[in-house]
Design a protein around this ligand. Structure first.
Ligand code: GLN
Length: 276
């Protein structure tokens, strides 16, 4: 079978399985298995696929057609130009969160050897990106989930990050008495109604990483209460928020100088509070 034939067959199967991005997903599977670039696909459609590649993409296709998210099937997700290992131990890093990461790197400009805390680190996408792009920083990544933390530690190894530490615990329980220059967090923030209406793919992600209590704001309340004791003078807290939550979260941060930042879709996505 050649590449073009497989792509046609795979997209039809994914489409029938209800995948809204069937053709794109089929192309991803093929490119990841062959090592081909996405842009070279058009000219390589006539190339035959060898048995090893075919075995692998057929297995991936089965998993994708059963509704498993593409990043879990591939085992990787790209974030901030870095490649993270990704599986059902943690939430898939999303492009929305790159907005928070960019803001984190901006907030650290001019600070020498900053101390950074990534709460609810999941795959480690935020904390490890900061650690990679600011080798002088020392980053503590924490999560209540031992599974998530083990994935984050694997990612630190794969990315060659040595300026990161890991601790397991519930929010600030894992952070000791220390004060930080920057605290970044993408907490679970979906409310009960969101959880009831989850896309089937998102249901494959850990509920622990998604559910933020009845109104989705439980974690923000606790972080807003405890963050000041863990921030240095001039320190910055950056919180990713769900659509429509920015005002409520800003109201919780009356101790700080606040700003709200939009993501690339123009949605209010990050609330910042700076210690006055
Ligand atoms: N952004 C995720 C979603 O909408 C939720 C992530 C989170 O709760 N932090 O699926």
């Amino acid at each position: 079978m050649n590449a073009g034939e497989w792509l046609a067959k795979a997209s039809a199967r994914l489409d029938a399985a209800g995948d809204l991005d069937a053709a794109v997903d089929a192309a991803w599977l093929l490119c990841e298995a062959t090592g081909w670039s996405r842009s070279s696909l058009r000219t390589r459609r006539g190339e035959a696929l060898d048995a090893v590649v075919l075995d692998r993409i057929e297995a991936w296709l089965d998993r994708r057609a059963s509704g498993e998210p593409l990043q879990y099937v591939l085992g990787t997700a790209d974030f901030m130009g870095l490649r993270f290992h990704c599986d059902a131990r943690a939430l898939i890093p999303r492009p929305d969160t790159e907005t928070l990461c960019d803001l984190a790197l901006q907030a650290l400009r001019g600070r020498i050897r900053p101390r950074v805390l990534d709460l609810c680190c999941g795959t480690g996408a935020i904390g490890l990106s900061v650690a990679r792009f600011r080798p002088d920083a020392r980053v503590l990544l924490t999560d209540v989930s031992a599974d998530a933390l083990s994935l984050a530690e694997e990612n630190a190894g794969a990315l060659g990050v040595s300026n990161a530490e890991f601790a397991r615990g519930d929010l600030f329980d894992a952070a000791g008495e220390e004060a930080f220059d920057l605290i970044a967090c993408n907490p679970p923030y979906l409310d009960e109604a969101d959880m009831a209406a989850l896309q089937s793919e998102v249901r494959r992600e850990p509920a622990l990483a998604l559910f933020g209590g009845p109104d989705g704001l439980d974690f923000y309340r606790r972080i807003a209460r405890d963050a000041p004791a863990h921030l240095k003078g001039g320190g910055v807290l950056l919180l990713e928020v769900g659509q429509g939550q920015a005002d409520a979260v800003r109201d919780l941060l009356s101790w700080g100088q606040c700003a709200v930042h939009e993501d690339l879709n123009g949605i209010e996505r990050v609330v910042e509070a700076r210690v006055i």
